[in-house]
Ligand binder design. Sequence first.
Ligand code: PGA
Length: 249
Amino acid sequence: MARTKFVAGNWKMHGGLAVNLSLLNALRGGMAGVKAQVAVCAPYPYLAQVQSVLAGSPVGWGAQDLSEHAQGAYTGEVAAGMLTEFGCRYAIVGHSERRCYYGDTDDVVAAKFAAALAGGLVPILCIGETLAEREANITAEVVTRQLEAVLNRSGVAALAGAVIAYEPVWAIGTGKTATPAQAQAVHALIRARVARDNAAIGAGVQILYGGSVKPGNAAELFGQADIDGGLIGGASLVAKDFLGICAAA
Ligand code: PGA
């Protein structure tokens, strides 16, 4: 099953109009020869800028979160329909920073996933274990629980329109990358869990790895059988690094 490689940048809460412009122009200009699908997920206020610079380029874009509601009295929240007005194709849901710092439970993440799909977005569902969970040997249970929250709410067919990102929390922003074998083992179990509900969807769903991916380790990670690209934090802020990772894919 040939799955297209996908590299998505997660800028997190970084950026500014001037630095974004040079980064976006460099990405736009650096896509020749890149075969992978590429996107950047920017902070909400910059989506209009991202749209104006990247429109017509092969680089897609999206948001880093969204509301589980379609509209209403939810101060500070942003709905899927607002994101699509700015050309967003993707929304990250369930990033570990949202789960850890903003109380996004498995149920909230499942609701946001459903809202993204209902609003015409491709959710990038992040799942992954903490260091304590890995050391307690419950990685499989944790990622399965996180995945099943979405499967139970939206059904396996929903994953045909989604992307999964396995991000071990202990590897995010720490410089500690999961070894390709460690990552591959978890990717294989995630794919097997989806395939248990629907073999074709399991075989087709893109599963990205995230956590300290850099140009120097990307090719080996992306060469694993069940790793279909990466969700890139820190390195997505540096054009040369992000383009190097896109080239590796
Ligand atoms: P990192 O972040 O590449 O800086 O480790 C990845 C992520 O949080 O998506």
